[in-house]
Design a protein around this ligand. Structure first.
Ligand SMILES: Nc1ncnc2c1ncn2[C@@H]1O[C@H](COP(=O)(O)OP(=O)(O)OP(=O)(O)O)[C@@H](O)[C@H]1O
Ligand SMILES: [Mg+2]
Length: 272
């Protein structure tokens, strides 16, 4: 049985990509689950992070897919965009890589199904089925937008994890996103199995009273039961992974790995 989890928030820069890549990495590396990270964001940040991660383990490894994600959709063969992150250190992690041409995805679906928004979403759901069934976990990184891309992602997901940084805009983005999930994705689009996994808090500045105030608002508004217990504190090593890919050798790598191992445990606990 495959579990599909979308990481989302309407606001940009709230830790979606960081969380999606770290959780996917952890599921495969620490827990040995067969895991697919799907990058549905044309910015392709999580693709870059995982491909750099692959090179960190094997500098001569190939980072090319047979086709871009957009081309794979057009060919109705999603696995053409799949790249294995396999090395002798990590097995079972694959990436469905995005690139800038995925910006054309909404227009492509509009032209293919001019009359029905739902048909576009159902079509994408069908396209993903065979590939997704090969995994224990599929983690989807989404762009910070309300669009057919996020709708497609949420429609095929069992769970959504909302990442929120301790900034007012991030908090408000999470609130709007939650309403959108209920009013549009569940009520209108009839996502068949979507449920809220929880809210993951990323604390930017532990010492700041403003960050603490936003944190208190988040706790009050969403309710303790909807929050993952672990709060991710700012770690410069985690920030650096955006540039270097994930590394696992140093003290700060182990700290980052540990943090996200806790988060992964909490996710697994809730899924059970
Ligand atoms: N725990 C952390 N400590 C320090 N920096 C972090 C942490 N988590 C995320 N960041 C940094 O915050 C920035 C935004 O994170 P990220 O790219 O994951 O957000 P995003 O929601 O995917 O953004 P976008 O909406 O643009 O896709 C990045 O520079 C990232 O490295
Ligand atoms: Mg991102």
């Amino acid at each position: 049985m495959t579990t599909v989890l979308t990481v989302g928030n309407l606001k940009g820069g709230t830790g979606k990509t960081t969380t999606a890549t770290q959780v996917a990495f952890n599921l495969a590396y620490t827990k040995h689950y067969k895991t697919l990270l799907v990058d549905l964001d044309p910015q392709s940040n999580s693709s870059t992070i995982l491909l750099k991660t692959k090179l960190n383990f094997d500098s001569k490894a190939s980072t090319r897919a047979k086709a871009s994600l957009m081309k794979a959709v057009q060919d109705e063969a999603l696995s053409e965009a799949k790249i294995s992150i396999y090395s002798n250190l990590i097995d079972q992690l694959d990436l469905l890589a995005s690139s800038a041409d995925f910006y054309n995805f909404p227009r492509y679906l509009e032209e293919k199904f001019p009359n029905s928004y739902e048909d576009r979403i159902h079509y994408f759901a069908k396209l993903t089925q065979d590939l997704f069934n090969q995994y224990d976990f599929v983690i989807i990184d989404t762009p910070p937008t309300v669009s057919i891309i996020t709708d497609c992602s949420l429609y095929i997901s069992h769970w959504v994890l909302i990442t929120v940084q301790t900034q007012q805009q991030s908090y408000e983005g999470a609130l709007t996103y939650l309403q959108y999930l209920q009013n549009t994705v569940i009520n209108k689009l009839k996502a068949p199995r979507l449920d809220l996994l929880g809210i993951l808090r990323v604390m930017l500045d532990k010492g700041s009273s403003l960050d603490q105030a936003v944190m208190d608002d988040i706790t009050k508004k969403f309710g303790e039961e909807n929050l993952l217990p672990t709060v991710i504190h700012a770690q410069s090593r985690i920030k650096r992974y955006g540039r270097t890919g994930i590394t696992i050798n140093g003290y700060f790598d182990k700290k980052a790995l540990n943090t996200y191992d806790q988060v992964t445990n909490e996710i697994l606990e809730r899924i059970k």
